[in-house]
Design a protein. Structure first.
Length: 199
């Protein structure tokens, strides 16, 4: 499988399939992640502020793959590994459904069929999530390597989501890097600012 949009997180049960609209597919954030990676990956001069356009043109699946491959050398291995890992999880879920002692046979069969229906969907979402976090780790490395002091972006939910993910990765590094994510207003526009706190 390659990169492609799947959709929100599925909630699979013996009564049907629903979707948690609050758990968006990480694919939705990949164009913004690539934009930030490309904007921040260059040589820096001391005490200089760099500005980049915040406009986002959605990238095609192939463009996303090519751009992310620049930052995640092992992208193909990540995709293969995640494909295998989620296949094992789906098999486990099917086995649990079959072994379920609470459901009757018809409900078990329905649950198993619902899991099978969502097979490719769940694999794609899982691949997208792993690729997203590979890109987030690459972005965190650039921030640390270049000693970037802060990143300011428009207060759009997708930009803020990416910065929040970077903040989480920075916090869990071998040498944790603290940061502060804040929101401020300037010229009647809202911005999110990730301030990196180097010790």
């Amino acid at each position: 499988m390659k990169l492609a949009y799947a959709g929100p997180k599925p909630i699979i049960s013996h009564t049907g399939i629903a979707f948690d609209k609050n758990k968006e597919d990480k694919y939705s954030y990949l164009s913004i992640l690539v934009k930030l990676l490309n904007a921040l990956n260059h040589e820096y001069l001391e005490d200089k502020t760099y500005v980049c356009s915040a406009e986002i043109s959605p990238l095609s699946n192939d463009e996303l793959y090519r751009e992310l491959k620049k930052y995640c050398d092992n992208l193909d291995e990540i995709i293969k590994f995640e494909n295998h890992a989620i296949e094992c999880q789906i098999e486990h879920d099917l086995d649990r459904a079959h072994q379920n002692l609470i459901l009757n046979d018809a409900a078990k069969e329905t649950l198993e069929n619902n899991i099978k229906i969502m097979h490719d969907y769940m694999i794609q979402r899982s691949i997208n999530k792993s690729v997203y976090y590979c890109g987030i780790h690459a972005l965190a490395k650039i921030i640390e390597r270049e000693k970037i002091e802060h990143i300011t972006v428009p207060m759009f939910i997708k930009y803020t989501h990416v910065l929040h993910s970077v903040q989480g990765v920075l916090r869990t590094e071998k040498r944790p890097v603290e940061s502060d994510l804040s929101i401020f207003e300037e010229d009647e526009k809202l911005f999110a600012k990730l301030k990196i706190i180097y010790i």
